[in-house]
Design a protein around this ligand. Structure first.
Ligand code: NAP
Length: 483
């Protein structure tokens, strides 16, 4: 490590001044922090200073050595560059220039496995590494994101107050907390994105049902979503759904949603969440179905080749318009609770697997503002975990149980209607199947255990006595006690 003799005046620094980095730097500066800024290509730094240099106290550097030297000790440098190799390159440059106790913060969308690896490497060099999830896109970065830092408590003591000052605020509380050690911050950001996938898919299915069931135009359906946004579904995603459905295409005069190609893209965090759910053995049906639904929408050759398949569909019969709308709202609410319940269960399981002690109630609180899944009912989730931090099943908690139970008849009606009418409802129907699976007294898993013992001598347990058993399937079919 190289100590550099120069005047250190900046409270914090940002490396990478593309859209996210420059907005985060401006947010920090406008909250009174002196911010060192550096970008590999100096023109970007110059352009940011020309456009926004008067918004606060910026300390620009053309050279990364000068950037590090301009930071007050213990130094804090945020990396906001392209995820992957770009991040590794900048971490290396900073680590070579920094001193013991300094803090490198990665605010990019890193995979938590990378963050665990990087934290270990950087810790071995005497520095802190803080993988931080940041949600809210460019608007959030500028005006108040939800911030999820991992890393050590010592690094949070230095960094936390600055992050808390620039995060979104809800009811006077910052949407930022120390999530846990090493990769915990990037982990919860990943699950946040997974829940976002599920939420968006569920909203899409609700829209499809309403559109086909009511034969209504997008602008009319926008009004239904706007109305829902005044109730228990009050959330950013419901709000923007109404905005998107209202939008007219200037060129054709049609609803914009009708001229947008129906192939949903993805950048990977939903897939990471689903993969990790499989690794941990958590039944993450809502998020995983949402990832698959995007993949199906983009399966161009398969969709084009499906023309000869006959759905034998029935016409959707909606006799009572308002009752149907209420049914869809109930199904959406219940399925949404399933997705959140599964996501929080996954975070709890990850805590055990990776050694994190994540406060799930507080996590729900910091998602109430700044981020894409911000929603009123996160207050209910917080309340549920406050009452019982070891809650085994969020959706069965008293904060939700009556609402879910009341929604079940609607939920079933809507799924049946969708099945009969040939409307694909992967997230609605798999959420209902999860609900029925969780509440079932007996599952056909008993038969699966019998099959496994038959072909692989995998053994089984019995309901009426302790021990492990095997039946001699290819012999006289007597049962042997294995242990
Ligand atoms: P970006 O397009 O992902 O990356 C461009 C920035 O990375 C530029 O500053 C570029 O510098 C720098 N860079 C790339 N490779 C580099 C290298 N090898 N060494 C040094 N610098 C390098 O930028 P972004 O959209 O602002 O996103 C930044 C990070 O935030 C990403 O990890 C992204 O996933 C995450 N994120 C983005 C959003 C969003 O809504 N956009 C939301 C949350 C998180 P040059 O100018 O020199 O090319």
């Amino acid at each position: 490590m190289t100590a550099i003799e120069t005047t250190a005046t900046a409270d914090i620094g940002v490396v990478g001044l593309a859209v996210m980095g420059s907005n985060l730097a401006r947010n920090l500066a406008s909250h009174g922090h002196a911010v060192a800024v550096y970008n590999r290509t100096f023109a970007r730094t110059e352009s940011m200073m020309a456009d926004h240099g008067d918004e606060g106290n910026f300390v620009p550097s053309e050279d990364i050595k000068d950037f590090v030297a301009s930071l007050k000790a213990p130094r804090v440098a945020i990396i906001m560059v392209q995820a992957g190799r770009g991040t590794d390159a900048v971490i290396d440059q900073l680590a070579d220039l920094m001193d013991e106790g300094d803090i490198i913060v990665d605010c990019g969308n890193a995979n938590f496995h990378d963050t665990i690896r990087r934290e270990k490497d950087i810790r071995a060099r005497g520095l802190h590494f803080v993988g931080t999830g940041v949600s809210g896109g460019e608007e959030g970065a500028l005006n108040g994101p939800s911030i999820m830092p991992g890393g050590t408590p010592e690094s949070y003591a230095r960094l936390g107050p600055m992050f808390e000052s620039i995060s979104a605020q809800v009811d006077g509380e910052p949407c930022c907390m120390h999530v846990g050690s090493d990769g915990a911050g990037h982990y919860v950001k990943m699950v946040h994105n997974g829940i976002e996938y599920a939420d968006m898919q569920l909203i899409g299915e609700a829209y499809d049902l309403l559109r086909r069931g009511l034969g209504a135009e997008p602008a009319e359906i926008a009004e239904i979503f706007a109305e829902w946004n005044k109730g228990r579904l009050d959330s950013y995603l419901i709000e923007i759904t109404a905005e998107v459905l209202r939008q007219k295409d200037a060129e054709t005069g049609k609803a914009l949603v009708d001229v947008i190609l129906d192939r949903a893209a993805q950048k990977g965090t939903g897939t990471w969440t689903a993969q990790n759910g499989l690794e941990l053995g958590v039944p993450l049906t809502g998020i995983t179905e949402a990832v698959f639904a995007r993949a199906l929408s983009s399966s161009v050759a398969q969709r084009e080749g499906s023309g000869t398949l006959d759905g034998h569909v029935k016409d959707l019969q909606v006799e009572d318009r308002q009752a149907f709308i209420d049914d869809v709202e109930n199904a959406l609410y219940a399925s949404k609770i399933v997705a959140y319940s599964q996501g929080f269960q996954q975070i709890e399981a990850a805590g055990e697997e990776y050694g994190w002690d994540i406060d799930l109630g507080n996590l729900a609180r910091i998602w109430r503002g700044g981020c894409i899944i911000r929603a009123a009912f996160l207050n209910d989730i917080d309340e549920a975990y406050k009452k019982d931090p070891n809650l085994p099943l969020l959706m069965a908690n008293e904060a939700f149980v009556d609402k879910i139970n009341a929604a079940v008849p609607s939920w079933r009606r809507v799924v049946v209607m969708g099945v009969e009418a040939g409307i694909p409802l992967p997230a609605f129907s798999s959420s209902l199947a999860y609900f029925d699976g969780i509440r079932a007294e007996r599952l056909p898993a008993a038969l699966i255990q019998g099959q496994r013992d038959f072909f692989g001598a995998h053994t089984y347990k019995r309901v009426d006595k302790e021990g492990t058993f095997h039946t001699e399937w290819s012999g006289d079919r007597t049962e042997t006690t294995m242990s």
